[in-house]
Design a protein around this ligand. Sequence first.
Ligand SMILES: *[C@@H]1O[C@H](CO)[C@@H](O)[C@H](O)[C@H]1NC(C)=O
Ligand SMILES: *[C@@H]1O[C@H](CO)[C@@H](O)[C@H](O)[C@H]1NC(C)=O
Ligand SMILES: *[C@@H]1O[C@H](CO)[C@@H](O)[C@H](O)[C@H]1NC(C)=O
Length: 361
Amino acid sequence: MELDTILLCHLTVSFVAAMTIMVGAWSAARLLRPGKQGGEGEGDASVDPSVAAAAKRRRKMRKKKKKGKGNLPNPQVESENPNSPPPRSLLHLGVIMDGNRRFGRSKYADAGGNEESLANTSIPTGYLRGHYDGGMKLVDFISWCIKLRKLSPSPCLSHLTVYAFSSENYSRPPSELKALHNVFMSFCGTLISKANDWCLRVQLFSSDGLKKMPKEVAEAFVELVEATKNNTGMVLNVCVGYGGRDEILNGVKGVVEDFKSKVVDFEDVLKMDDEGFGEYLSGGSKTPLALKHLNLPPAAKPPLLDVVLRTSGEQRISNFLIWQCAYSEFFFLEKTWPEVEEKDLRRVKDDFERRVRRFGK
Ligand SMILES: *[C@@H]1O[C@H](CO)[C@@H](O)[C@H](O)[C@H]1NC(C)=O
Ligand SMILES: *[C@@H]1O[C@H](CO)[C@@H](O)[C@H](O)[C@H]1NC(C)=O
Ligand SMILES: *[C@@H]1O[C@H](CO)[C@@H](O)[C@H](O)[C@H]1NC(C)=O
């Protein structure tokens, strides 16, 4: 028992360190303005000199071009520079789909009536309709990702991970929760009818095991996961009842549990690296304790999270994939989630593939 406690302390210290690194990565995030390219390596002091020189040359070139015709740099020219790192494709995209309520408020004049009646239809009305539009936007967004996968010469967008409902969101007013539950049911119903044609596989990332969701909502998600488990195309990870800190904490508890039942010994734990610990997180081979009661099929592990995209002008991570985003690039869009267009996805992909990634080396 005492050893368990010591072990937990050890682990907690390392995770605090990991979180510190994560916060550092976050503060390096840059703002994407429409039509403007994020600067590469700007303000980074620990840069390989040859890469820094190449970046300087590119900046010069860009300045020259701006003076001339005011064009954006031509990506083709940049990638031909022998000092540029090889282009990387966007494999794993994470999206914080923010602004549904704001969109609803601005688009749907308040229908009057009490909130409960607005929420109590399969398509919520009044401003709550914004949540429905957001759910349907996700269906469109998935179809754009699948289209891009087909068009891209190299593999891309193998995983899309979306933040549908955070553990903090349970504190929304009851009428809004009701509207969201209806939207989740509509979303699962719509997606289940398309997923097999799209060869789409759906996974559930949840740090609370949907225990606070109504039974029929939890069942709809589980059915969607079960019905698509054999599909081999893109993987959609839906974060519902999800919090990144809880996910890490659950991972620690999973390790302690394995230690207690002698699946791992003390040496294994001391030697465990981030990859090994990652098996205890969402998508890993060790089913998180919080999900065990749902009997989900074995997970498909996502690759590194390349990009976090957040809409609606907020620049916070809000407890989304905080372990996984250590090396992610961040993109922020001013528009709300239901206003997102196909060209925004393409811009994020193109811009990511132009940015220099050094993984801190
Ligand atoms: C919600 O809808 C159901 C069935 O459509 C109805 O029986 C129930 O009374 C409604 N509740 C509210 C609060 O409007
Ligand atoms: C829902 O959760 C997300 C992430 O924590 C947050 O950005 C958003 O503001 C929350 N919305 C409400 C209404 O609580
Ligand atoms: C998935 O494949 C297994 C094994 O071939 C099969 O038994 C099962 O019915 C399939 N499930 C679905 C939902 O296609």
